[in-house]
Design a protein around this ligand. Structure first.
Ligand code: IMP
Length: 176
């Protein structure tokens, strides 16, 4: 089977993750630590690499939502599948997303996490489809801006395929 063509190599990704971790560590250096909330499933590899590069105290939580199913076009309707388990009250939270496309997921997640009364919420996405954002949502830390293409690997999938590719590649979805 042929492999998806490469958009970002493993080395490109890790170099950028180093930079993001340094930026976040610097920004929160005087705040006594953060809670990273990883969005399942897509962000699990990014979260693992990012969290290990931070130089500040951090706790890890996970949250899970579903919106796309096995399709490549957002329905816009986001559903909470699993909420955070530990308390984030009065803590500084950074949401860690794999990719922002329309922005519906991130905006929904901010609402869910705000209801837990954290001290602050910022957002970090490895990838952002800059032309596709429909919802006005601020992304504080962005790895790479990309065009309107479907990407897989480094945690991202297409109908559960190619999630564990070490690099980020592009695929042509069947439903476009
Ligand atoms: P949004 O709500 O449209 O911003 O979509 C965000 C979610 O859709 C991400 O967390 C991913 O799970 C998924 N997604 C969007 N684009 C892609 C892609 O190109 N590859 C893999 N997953 C994607």
């Amino acid at each position: 089977m042929s492999q998806p063509p490469e958009l970002f190599s493993e080395a490109d990704i890790l170099a950028r993750v180093d930079e993001l971790a340094a930026e976040i560590s610097e920004d929160y250096g005087d705040k006594g630590g953060i809670v990273l909330v990883g969005v399942l499933k897509g962000a699990f590899i990014f979260l693992a690499d990012l969290s290990r590069r931070l130089t500040i105290p951090r706790r890890i939580e996970f949250i899970a939502v579903s919106s796309y199913g096995d399709k490549s076009v957002s329905t816009g309707a986001v559903r909470l599948v699993m909420d955070v388990r530990g308390s984030i009250e009065d803590r500084h939270v950074v949401i860690v997303e794999d990719i922002v496309d329309t922005g519906h997921t991130l905006s929904y997640l901010i609402g869910v996490l705000e209801s837990h009364r954290p001290a602050s919420i910022r957002t970090c996405a490895l990838l952002c489809k800059a032309d596709a954002v429909e919802v006005d949502v601020e992304i504080d830390y962005v790895g790479f801006n990309i065009g309107d293409e479907w990407v897989v690997g480094y945690g991202l999938d297409y109908a559960e395929r190619d999630r564990t590719l070490p690099y980020i590649g592009t695929v042509e979805p069947d439903d476009r």
